[in-house]
Design a protein around this ligand. Structure first.
Ligand SMILES: Nc1ncnc2c1ncn2[C@@H]1O[C@H](COP(=O)(O)OP(=O)(O)OP(=O)(O)O)[C@@H](O)[C@H]1O
Length: 339
């Protein structure tokens, strides 16, 4: 499906550096995200893939206004977003942009029933007034995330639910704001393998039926293929490759993407989609990611790259575009020959 022209939410040339505190930290910074642009479109799922510490969550937090970008800007519906300082300003933003976190066990208050957990955002965002209307909307939210029969779930506490069911509640709570964008930071990685696909299918339905723009952060590039429209690969704070999910997986152009794919479980070979994605963290397989306090110059992947040449250590490569919309930052491509 071709991307519509206007993104709903966009990070434009955002950079994030964290000042380093503590002994020896004076004046030093963590260079977590280098100039990066990412656009989310209605009715599309964009997977942001990379190993631990590559800056995925930092990028998502900038999109969620949890971290102000050191440089660059966030744009919603084409307009730059100012860092919301007031509760009112934040609420207006979170009516459009909602986050789903990794851990459904800690993200829901254990002392409240689902009725209360879901009524809060409906009231906060002014979507329901009156008891009967509130009840109707809570039941509707439970139905939309397939917690059915909804009237049997509404009075449950989170501890009475499985991990997958809790994540459905977390998604329902996000939907209560009626957002255009969902930012999912590894939303299935803490769930049993057997139910990961159910939750991803639910997000897929929200994309297809409700036109949500979804960012899906994951370590699991092979699983992302079956779910996302587009895959972007982040290495040590630098986006190195982007394209349609099929193209990136079938024809990876960056040596880091190839390495990720080689070390990811093959669903057909290993018998399980979304199985053990954490294998990409295996330093023996992938080598060690660089320090982001004193990162390698040029392409940050060059110390681990089988194709590295001298220029890779001095300058970040320009973007090489391919006909199918895929692009890569790698000095092993010659723009003239590969266009
Ligand atoms: N608040 C912070 N203060 C200082 N450094 C930070 C902060 N948040 C993140 N970092 C650093 O920024 C880099 C990127 O971290 P980030 O959590 O964004 O990576 P990630 O790809 O999401 O990793 P994971 O998959 O493990 O969650 C890391 O080096 C991390 O230590």
């Amino acid at each position: 499906m071709p991307a519509p022209a206007e993104p709903v939410l966009e990070a434009r040339d955002v950079v994030k550096r964290f000042p380093l505190h503590g002994p020896g930290g004076h004046g030093k910074e963590v260079h977590a995200v280098e100039p990066t642009s990412l656009a989310l479109h209605a009715g599309r799922i964009t997977a942001l893939v990379g190993e631990s510490g590559s800056g995925k969550s930092t990028l998502a937090r900038m999109l969620a206004l949890a971290y102000p970008p050191t440089e660059g800007e966030i744009r919603l519906d084409g307009a730059p977003v100012k860092q919301a300082r007031t509760a009112r300003g934040k609420r207006a933003y979170y009516r459009q942009v909602q986050m789903i976190f990794q851990d459904p066990f800690s993200s829901l208050s254990p002392v409240h029933r689902l009725r209360y957990i879901l009524s809060r955002p409906l009231q906060l965002h002014g979507h329901a007034s009156g008891r009967a209307e509130l009840e109707r909307q809570i039941l509707d939210l439970l139905n939309r995330v397939n917690l059915t029969p909804a009237d049997q779930f509404i009075d449950k506490f989170p501890h009475e639910l499985s991990g997958g069911q809790r994540q459905r509640v977390a998604i329902a709570r996000a939907l209560a704001a009626r957002p255009k964008v969902l930012l999912g930071d590894e939303p299935v990685s803490m769930l049993d393998v057997s139910i990961r696909l159910d939750i991803l299918n639910l997000l897929g339905t929200l994309r297809d039926d409700e036109g949500l723009a979804i960012l899906y952060i994951t370590h699991d590039i092979a699983g992302a293929r079956y779910f996302a429209d587009e895959i972007k690969v982040l290495y040590a704070g630098q986006l190195v490759e982007s394209g349609s999910a099929d193209a990136v997986v079938e024809q990876p152009r960056h040596p880091y993407t190839r390495l990720l794919l080689e070390s990811a479980p093959d669903p057909e070979r290993d018998g399980g989609l979304l199985d053990e994605p954490e294998v990409v963290d295996d330093e023996e397989t992938l080598g060690e990611p660089p320090s982001l306090v004193d990162p390698p110059a040029g392409c940050r992947f060059h110390p681990r790259c089988p194709l590295a040449k001298p220029v890779c250590a001095t300058a970040f490569p320009p973007r090489t575009h391919f006909d199918d919309g895929q692009w890569v930052h790698c000095w092993s491509y010659d723009e003239e020959n590969y266009r």
